[in-house]
Design a protein around this ligand. Structure first.
Ligand code: NAP
Length: 542
């Protein structure tokens, strides 16, 4: 029987979305298998909150995850998740209490002790299992992403698959790097004989608190969960409110993989209400946070614990006279307008040498005209931004630029949270948009007289996440990269966080620490040393 009772209860809108997503997935799978008849696969995957995910739902409110079980909060309160496209309540999640946080922390502390004694290969095995379950259930998770954060359906599927790959990669990398330690000899330091053998290994920190942002809720959650777990830590997840339901589905995949009770927990509720209690909780031994300025205030309040902060950016794209302008234009479109500009590494300001500015702006304009605008279910390039307050903020930046005389390459258009893509030319440094992160489909172009002017603009920003430079002269590119005060510089491509094993870090207000699989594992461990002291020097003879 293909149709279950909860399936029939769901609305026609949900049905058609799931059908189109399933159809998309099944067609993809069929193509990969060389199978032209994909109809048999259409209902293979269930919808959000159904099938294997029914346990995570209580009526119309999603449960939170604690002690290996799905629970309803004693608060009796829920938090509404508004669909950015329809602006109606799409889902509800539990508003967890401080007592529930305390309980989760207590269990996380105790579960971590036995997890740290679980052989590394077994930890890796469980992670591989979770990755497989996650990828098998990409449809319902992607469906939640579409509804909660208006991410285009195709990109939502990509996010889930990428997350499964990240978990597997992390398991493999963990087995390699955590299986190795160092052996040091004392006589290399002046004044010492060879009387001390130092053995080092990496040990877990304890309880890791993971707080991802709305724009990649699943991917940026697993980029914290997987390194924490492989390294022998326990994990408490506080998902973003927009994105919480996708995260709860993802956590259920870890549950189904069979991780020990209490090792992973997921506390839901508004960050503004339970955030401080979580981040200042004495049981937390490490915070891995991705988001906006909230991260700066967390880092001021958190105690003496390692912090991994991946915050905002104002990624500059510096374009030289000799650049391949077609390549630049496609990268500006991809970098500036993918997921409607709601990416930390989106191109957020174009700094182009005056002599080629007219030509570049024309090329970008032509490509902007081809961007599709509309529902995420239809894979439109530009979809509604995450919230009304976000749309209002973007509009504020646009109006400031208008008042101060920026050139509008398109007419400014907004319906609800949907903002049409907009290129603003002749932006000057006195305009807010030259410095602030719109997190929307609005891109400023500043015309510069020299490369130095571009570098100075980039370095005058409070942010320092990524940047990019377009030129055919690799020697110039390297000099510019070295001069840009950002965590990464891309040469001849738009900024990007992936591939997920590359180091990824921000300077200044863009963050503390470094991400990327290896760096995250290292950040979530401490070095432990054991020194063997010999009564007399001993030199190994050749
Ligand atoms: P945000 O408003 O800072 O929220 C991020 C997370 O913090 C959410 O889970 C939020 O929960 C939670 N939170 C809110 N107040 C909190 C508090 N007092 N204590 C603890 N947690 C709290 O950011 P966002 O709007 O979701 O994401 C957009 C920002 O993230 C942009 O600035 C973007 O550049 C940045 N970002 C950076 C990277 C990177 O790797 N550098 C990657 C992606 C995004 P609620 O949702 O419940 O409020």
């Amino acid at each position: 029987m293909l149709f279950t009772a909860p399936f029939i209860k769901l609305s026609l809108i949900n049905f058609s979305l799931s059908l189109s997503l399933s159809h998309f997935l099944n067609t993809q799978e069929a193509r990969q298998r060389g199978d032209s008849s994909s109809s048999s696969l259409i209902f293979k995957t269930s919808m959000a909150g159904t099938g294997i995910f029914t346990d995570i739902l209580d009526g119309d409110v999603y449960k939170y995850y604690s002690d290996g079980e799905w629970k309803t909060s004693s608060s009796g309160k829920s938090v509404a998740i508004i669909n950015p496209a329809t602006r109606k309540t799409q889902y509800k999640v539990q508003a967890c209490t401080q007592e529930e946080v305390n309980k989760v922390m207590e269990m996380a502390k105790s579960a971590q002790k036995s997890w740290a004694k679980t052989p590394l290969w077994k930890r890796a095995e469980l992670l591989h299992k979770a990755a497989a379950i996650l990828k098998d259930n990409k449809a319902p998770i992607a469906e939640s992403l579409v509804k909660e954060i208006a991410k285009p359906a195709k990109d939502s599927v990509t996010e889930v698959v990428r997350s499964g790959d990240l978990i597997s990669y992390c398991a493999e990398e963990g087995v390699r790097i955590l299986g190795e330690g160092k052996f040091l000899l004392s006589d290399s330091f002046p004044g010492n004989e060879r009387t001390k053998y130092c053995l080092t290994s990496k040990i877990p920190l304890g309880v890791v608190l993971a707080i991802p942002p709305f724009n990649y809720p699943v991917n940026l959650a697993v980029s914290k969960i997987a390194p924490a777990l492989i390294a022998g830590n326990s994990l408490v997840l506080k998902p973003p409110t927009q994105g919480a339901v996708s995260c709860l589905h993802m956590v259920h995949c870890f549950h189904l993989a069979g991780f020990p009770k209490g090792l992973i927990s997921c506390i839901t509720g508004k960050g503004s209400e339970i955030g401080d209690f979580l981040t200042m909780h004495p049981a937390v031994n490490c915070i891995s946070f991705t988001g906006g300025d909230t991260g700066i205030s967390i880092s001021k309040k958190a105690g003496m614990i390692p912090l991994q902060m991946e915050l905002g950016g104002k990624d500059a794209c510096i374009v030289l006279e000799d650049a391949d302008l077609d390549l630049v234009a496609s990268n500006i479109i991809k970098g500036g307008f993918s997921y409607s500009g709601q990416r930390c590494t989106a191109v957020k300001v174009v700094l182009v040498i005056k002599s080629v500015a007219d030509e570049l702006v024309e090329k970008v304009k032509a490509k902007v005209a081809k961007l599709t605008v509309g529902p995420p279910e239809e894979n439109c390039d530009i979809t509604a931004v995450v919230s009304e307050s976000s749309a209002n903020f973007i509009e504020g930046l646009v109006m400031d630029a208008k008042d101060k005389g920026a050139t509008f390459c398109q007419e400014y258009k907004r319906e609800g949270n949907l903002i049409w893509p907009l290129l603003l030319d002749n932006v000057r440094p006195d305009m807010r948009i030259a410095w602030e992160e719109p997190f929307g489909p609005v891109l400023p172009v500043l015309r510069i007289n020299s490369v130095e002017e571009g570098i100075n603009h980039c370095n005058a920003s409070n942010f320092g996440l990524q940047g990019c430079v377009f030129t055919k002269d690799i020697n110039k590119a390297i000099l510019i990269s070295d001069a840009m005060e950002t965590g990464t510089v891309q040469i001849n491509s738009a900024p990007a966080r992936g591939p997920d094993h590359f180091p990824f870090q921000g300077l200044k207000d863009s963050g503390i620490g470094s991400q990327g699989v290896t760096n995250s594992i290292n950040l979530m461990t401490k070095v432990k040393t054991t020194v063997i002291n010999l009564p007399t020097p001993s030199y190994s003879m050749g």
